[in-house]
Design a protein around this ligand. Structure first.
Ligand code: ADP
Ligand code: MG
Length: 582
């Protein structure tokens, strides 16, 4: 027998399609905050968002009349008719989100258009209590808050995951939105603790780094651009140094919305073919900007899919732009490993410049530099930051420092150490070399750990991560990491000695180990060495530079843990050829 559902039941069912979990509230409220022009946007959640989900913005706000209407189904200020839809540049346009939120939770909106007059609306859940509007106080902008999600709909509430998992999904939504808007700032607070803070940065690339990478890894991220008919793409992509075993850190956006588009992700992978070893994946994001007339954003209830008029053209542009870029990157890399006098003018001029730059010689102080100790070095042994003048007081004789048959020629570009040995000139990447030396040393003996004075609390995104931490407790301890569980929350209580990463980064590095399978130790030690190694721009005194060079030349595997070569070389013969000397 067919029955017509009472309107309120029908409304609840429809609302469930828009709002199925706290992350959906975050998504809809964030879209509204962004559409309203909010520059500083904040998300607050409590108990995984089930108890409270709130988004605060400093956008245009609403006046009293708009506030009265905004929560009604199909109330929208963004389009007037179906024709407008084709041109819609806003994230929202259906006018259903606030109505859906009010159907499944208590909705409170506090808003002001000018900071002088402010109003507060309270409505829902459902029709349980009549809506109320009162005068209030607030700066310009809007706070939208949903309380007690699904409290009146137990069937839906049962489908929610654990709080930690729901919170993780909420945070992911914030990241999805923030990745495309580097010019706005975002904050995410969970149960009173600030978990994520993304201040304004100038580029998409830098926002990507803020969200996922440390500053060292950031050096291997690239931003490139391409344009087609009626659309353009920006691609932020990590080089092979940042490879991943899965594709979790790959994103596609179309007109500032994150979309699930397997085809365009595939284009990203095709574009980097040959630049990456087989079987691993790049991190990155593809941002498509397209004339709204050439795409339909209204095919998915959560707008997660888009139908492009000509998907092939976009695919092609992404692949071509990347191929063009990686061709240069690959040529450049090969220049590091094999020098060809006839073809590689860049390398030749680099080396010659270095030779001309050769300084009046300083004293030799043979002996192994202390900077090479295998424990995590403090940046003190023979090591100074650029800017502080190097200490030359040990200069005693008129000869270049030399040791073990190699002679220090100099340094270039704040990164390379140049040494002469026989009739070869070696150009050594000081960071990569030190990284490899530390890596080998760390792998050869237990990693010393240090108890933290203040443990780092963190929560996991789900049962998988919990399981990983529990079952690998011992493996982690061998790597210098002690984690403890207590009251549904985890704490890191010890880390390798001299560990220097920030808390959030540390937690992420540890949880990411889950994806590394059997290579867990290698991966962790690579991270450790990368952070402990001297960096580009760190100044090494002559003795330490020479010792590092000497050790680098003896490395059995002269590649950094990410696979980059530690050194390149020029022969006397090639140099002579380069200047046509016979
Ligand atoms: P839509 O975003 O599709 O228009 P919503 O139900 O999400 O529908 O919002 C309804 C209307 O409420 C919006 O069109 C907008 O006018 C107003 N609104 C919602 N959130 C905000 C906000 N944070 N700032 C200003 N206006 C808002
Ligand atoms: Mg909306």
């Amino acid at each position: 027998m067919i029955r017509l559902l009472p309107p309120e039941e029908a409304q609840k069912i429809a609302a469930g399609e828009v709002i199925d979990r706290p992350a959906a509230l975050v998504r809809e409220f964030l879209d509204n905050a962004i559409d309203a022009g909010g520059q500083q946007i904040e998300v607050l959640i409590e108990e995984g968002g089930g108890r409270r989900t709130e988004v605060i913005d400093d956008g245009v706000g609403m006046d009293r009349d708009d506030l009265e209407l905004c929560w009604l189904t199909h109330a929208t200020s963004k389009i007037r008719s179906l024709d407008d839809l084709a041109q819609a540049e806003t994230l929202g346009f259906r006018g259903e989100a606030l109505a859906a939120a009010a159907a499944v939770a208590r909705l409170e909106i506090l808003t002001s258009t000018d900071g002088r007059e402010a109003w507060q609306l309270e409505v829902g859940p459902g029709k349980s209590v009549p809506p109320r509007i009162e005068q209030a106080r607030r700066n310009r902008g809007t706070s939208v808050r949903a309380l007690g999600l699904f409290d009146t709909i137990p069937a839906r509430k049962r489908f929610l995951k654990r709080e930690g998992a729901e919170a993780g999904l909420c945070r992911q939504v914030l990241i999805d939105k923030a990745l495309v808007l580097p010019e706005r700032s975002f904050r995410f607070t969970q149960d009173g603790k600030l978990k994520t803070w993304l201040p304004v940065v100038p580029t998409l690339k830098e926002r990507f780094i803020q969200c996922f990478l440390n500053s060292m890894e950031g050096n291997f991220l690239h931003e490139i651009h391409g344009a087609g008919q009626g659309f353009s793409v920006t691609i932020v992509v990590g080089g092979p140094e940042l490879y991943r075993n899965d594709r979790r850190q790959q994103y596609v956006f179309a007109n500032r919305r994150r979309i699930q588009d397997y085809g365009l992700l595939q284009a990203l992978e095709y574009g980097v073919q040959g630049w990456f070893p087989n079987g691993v994946h790049p991190v990155g994001a593809v941002y498509v900007e397209i004339d709204p007339a050439l795409a339909d954003f209204n095919i998915h209830p959560a707008k997660r899919e888009v139908r492009f008029a000509d998907p092939g053209a976009i695919h092609h542009l992404i692949t071509q732009t990347l191929r063009e870029f990686t061709r240069h990157a690959v040529t450049h890399q090969m220049g590091n490993t094999a020098y060809q006098a006839e073809t590689n003018h860049h390398a030749a001029s680099l080396a010659l410049e270095a030779l001309l730059d050769q300084k009046p010689a300083f004293a030799p102080l043979p002996g192994r530099g202390a900077a090479m100790s295998a424990s995590l070095p403090e940046h003190s042994t023979g090591l100074e930051k650029r800017g502080s003048p190097p200490d030359r007081s040990f200069a005693v004789a008129e000869a270049s420092p030399s040791y073990g048959g190699i002679r220090l020629v100099g340094r270039v570009f704040d990164l390379f150490i140049l040494v002469e040995s026989g009739d070869k000139l070696f150009i050594i990447d000081q960071h990569a070399a030190h990284e490899r030396i530390l890596y080998d040393a760390f792998l050869s003996k237990p990693i010393p750990k240090q108890e933290l004075l203040v443990p780092i609390p963190f929560s996991t995104a789900g049962a998988d991560e919990d399981k990983f931490l529990i079952s690998h407790r011992e493996d982690l301890a061998n790597l210098g990491i002690i984690v403890e569980e207590g009251e549904g929350e985890w704490r890191i209580t010890a880390l390798p000695a001299n560990w220097k990463m920030g808390d959030a980064e540390t937690v992420r590095e540890i949880l990411d180990l889950r994806t590394s399978g059997e290579n867990m130790a290698e991966r962790w030690v690579a991270t450790l060495s990368c952070h402990a190694a001297i960096k580009d721009g760190d100044y090494l005194d002559d003795t330490s530079a020479l010792a590092l060079a000497e050790e680098a030349l003896r490395l059995p595997h002269p590649r950094c843990p990410h696979g980059r070569p530690v050194k390149t070389e020029l022969t006397k013969e090639n140099l002579y050829k380069a200047v046509r000397r016979l």
